[in-house]
Design a protein around this ligand. Structure first.
Ligand code: ATP
Length: 281
């Protein structure tokens, strides 16, 4: 069953003072199945976050529409929970209170506490319920933010580079955690990343986006059985296939941003060991 439908979506920014416009992307068409884990992958500036925000109802498209089931999206709603790159927790509240915050609008305090504890257990933070955000590591904060989104029981979890600011080890631990959560809850997940390895590791399907003109370049179903091993031949093959297709896109962005410096730095930047397209573009 199609859970999220993106129809002919376009996003253009208009600058009235200079009488110019900039189209981030157009003709975006996507159908995302219930329970699917979908990644939006592409170089910086191709509009991954913009598309996610349009699906979240936090931003408006200039053309086209998004539907959740048969309902058009006109703004944020309880059917969609969002996790951003920065956890944005309330520093004056404990971990438990942060997760309870939204729940208290829907249920009494006792029920909210029970539910918050349930989700904090799911992200393995039961021991830290009384801690304050400043006492937590970046990875732990991000787990609170995932628990907070999940506790509201959205049908769809929208994640915008949720592990982008974390070190490799923490990121790897959270990969396992998000897979576990996805298996346990059956949520539909839309996951923005510029990391090829991350997208192959986690997703059922990868949507590749490009720039200038922005849009969907291609899509790759990931038919590798889970748990996936980045060292397996099929994993490496898919990474290479995606990298080959994206190399031209990355070059386009780098040329624009680096100008004359581009040629000298090209080789080392393009093929970094972890297939991460994000640092330099
Ligand atoms: N208010 C705005 N006015 C004009 N252009 C904008 C505005 N907001 C975003 N953009 C442009 O829209 C494009 C898409 O931005 P977006 O953040 O969605 O890209 P992204 O693929 O998520 O990038 P990243 O991986 O760096 O987060 C960028 O080129 C950006 O400069």
């Amino acid at each position: 069953m199609d859970h999220v439908i993106v129809k002919d979506v376009e996003k253009t920014y208009f600058n009235k003072e200079e009488n110019t416009s900039f189209t981030v992307f157009n003709n975006i068409n996507l159908k995302i199945k219930k329970g699917e884990f979908l990644s939006l992958l592409g170089p910086s500036g191709c509009g991954k976050s913009t598309l996610l925000n349009i699906i979240a109802g936090l931003d408006k498209s200039t053309k086209g529409m998004v539907q959740v089931g048969s309902k058009p999206v006109n703004g944020p709603g309880p059917d969609r929970g969002v996790v951003f790159q920065e956890a944005a927790l309330m520093p004056w509240l404990t971990v438990l209170e942060n997760v309870m915050f939204g729940l208290k609008k829907k249920m009494n305090k006792e029920q909210a506490e029970k539910k918050a504890l349930e989700y904090l257990k799911l992200v393995h933070l039961s021991k830290f319920v009384k801690s304050y955000p400043h006492e937590l590591s970046g990875g732990m904060k991000q787990r609170v933010s995932i628990a907070r989104a999940l506790a509201m029981d959205p049908e769809i979890l929208l994640m915008d580079e949720p592990f982008g600011a974390l070190d490799e080890q923490t990121r790897s631990m959270l990969h396992k955690e998000v897979q576990y959560i996805w298996e346990q809850t059956g949520k539909t997940i839309i996951f923005v990343t510029h990391n090829i390895r991350e997208s192959v590791l986690l997703s059922d399907r990868i949507i590749l986006m490009g720039t200038r003109p922005g849009g969907i370049i291609s899509e790759f179903p990931v038919n590798i059985p889970r748990p996936r091993k980045p060292s397996s031949p099929e994993f490496i093959k898919l990474e290479e296939d995606i990298m080959n297709l994206l190399a031209g896109e990355i070059e386009k962005v780098m040329k624009e941003e680096m100008g004359d410096d581009y040629n000298s730095k090209k080789a080392s930047l393009l093929y970094s060991s972890n297939r991460n397209m994000g640092e330099h573009i």
